[in-house]
Design a protein around this ligand. Structure first.
Ligand code: ZN
Length: 413
């Protein structure tokens, strides 16, 4: 239904525009160059025939595909982000197109002998015979999330050209700065006006996600007392030893390197200390809200215990929640996941439903009143030189969008 060349050309036209975001910047978008692609997208959305195409002062883009039926059905949205990760350079992306991939090593860069190998990345094997788009080994590709943008634009264009496919009102949303955690921050949910949405920002074909971590950060400050070490008996208090007690009292196996699936953890990601003062920075993660709250309690209780041991406040702990599991917002409207699952099955795509061990823009949007599960965009090895996307997966994602639009007409607004 969609030609490989058409979708490839569109994807290449996006990834060759540098849109790297910058966590140190305080503006929105965080980098001025994101406007280059944003402005081009606005023109393209108009040219394919969408209505109410708008871009605000922060470069958030919205557009409408009007309903082509009279029944009152839900308004749905499709969302992706046009920035790329600051983890690896996104300047001068030179996409390589590998047709009929033979399942062997791919030489990304002869000069620097950079190889994309199925020995390192087993997922490659499932794409034997397909068309892959890779980097030239010196940049990231930007399939995260320009594959998502490509798929949404192509699906909307297809629906405009095929009025025999019946659908309700569809809203399109493209955001800056997702990679620095701010994609949802200035998203105007009421202006978007959809009953629910899908972020097209997952990885391999079939992915469907509606669960993510509950997340908090904890800053632990331990105060000691410095005295000349030769005359310190009974006086010196070494904050680093207290820190060591604190660290060792938390369960050693409940850390990122010992957990998977739905297991939560405490993660000590930074420590800094001398005799007088030691600071520990933790992140706390758990899919289960009660377990998440319990983990925070464990840390507070441990600090209190140590304080009472010393008879004064040697430890202070400051815990801040960061984001929550969108599952609690999705479960009451579970049909929105069912529709996506049914769409995939009807297209012979095996749905891969698994909890995200992180956060997504969709989780923030869900708590802002727009329930937003995440669907595959097709790419692999995000944020680095080995990133690639099979063109066939992008075409399947377009078909999923079109099918979701059709299936939604079975529901009442
Ligand atoms: Zn992304």
């Amino acid at each position: 239904m969609i030609s490989k060349k058409h979708i490839t050309d569109r994807f290449v036209s996006y990834v060759t525009i540098d849109t790297e975001s910058d966590p140190k910047s305080e503006t929105t978008p965080s980098t001025a160059k994101q406007w280059d692609l944003a402005n081009a997208l606005v023109e393209e959305l108009k040219s394919i025939g969408l209505e109410d195409v708008s871009i605000d002062e922060n470069a958030y883009i919205m557009a409408t595909l009007p309903a082509n039926i009279n029944e009152d059905v839900p308004t749905i949205g499709f969302i992706s982000h046009f920035d790329t990760s600051p983890d690896f350079t996104g300047a001068n992306v030179k996409p390589q197109i590998i047709e009929e991939y033979d399942g062997k090593d791919i030489l990304l860069n002869e000069k620097e002998s950079i190889i994309l190998s199925p020995d390192d990345f087993q997922d490659l094997r499932q794409y034997k015979g397909q068309t892959l788009i890779t980097t030239d080994g010196t940049t990231l590709l930007g399939a995260d999330d320009k594959a998502g943008i490509t798929e949404i634009v192509t699906a909307m264009e297809y629906l405009v050209q095929h009025p025999e496919i019946k659908h309700g009102k569809i809203r399109v949303g493209f955001t800056p700065d997702e990679e620095i955690g701010r994609g949802a921050h200035k998203f105007d949910v009421s202006k978007f006006g959809a009953d629910w949405a899908y972020t097209m920002d997952g990885s391999q074909i079939g992915e469907l996600e509606y669960e993510n971590f509950n997340a908090a950060g904890a800053n632990v400050v331990i105060k000691g007392k410095i005295v000349h070490p030769g005359y310190a008996k009974g006086k010196l208090v070494n904050s680093m030893y207290i820190a060591q007690d604190f660290i060792n009292s938390l369960p050693r196996m409940e850390t990122p390197e010992h957990t998977s699936d739905r297991e939560g953890f405490f993660h000590l990601h930074n420590m800094n200390g001398d005799v007088e003062k030691t600071e520990l920075q933790y992140i706390i993660r758990d899919h289960d809200r009660e377990h998440f709250e319990a983990r925070k309690e464990v840390m507070i209780k441990l600090a209190n215990d140590i304080n009472s041991q010393y008879g004064k406040e040697v430890i202070t702990i400051d815990i801040k929640d960061q984001y929550y599991n969108m599952r609690e917002k999705i479960e009451p409207v579970m049909h929105i996941v069912d529709i996506a699952e049914e769409a995939m099955k009807s297209l012979d795509i095996k749905p891969l439903i698994k909890p995200i061990r992180g956060g997504t823009d969709g989780s923030q949007l869900s708590f802002m009143g727009l329930p937003s599960p995440n669907i595959f965009a097709g790419g692999h090895n995000f944020h680095g030189r080995y990133e690639y996307v099979p063109v066939e997966s992008m075409i399947k994602a377009v078909e999923v969008i079109v099918k979701i639009a059709e299936l939604t007409t079975k529901y009442k607004a």
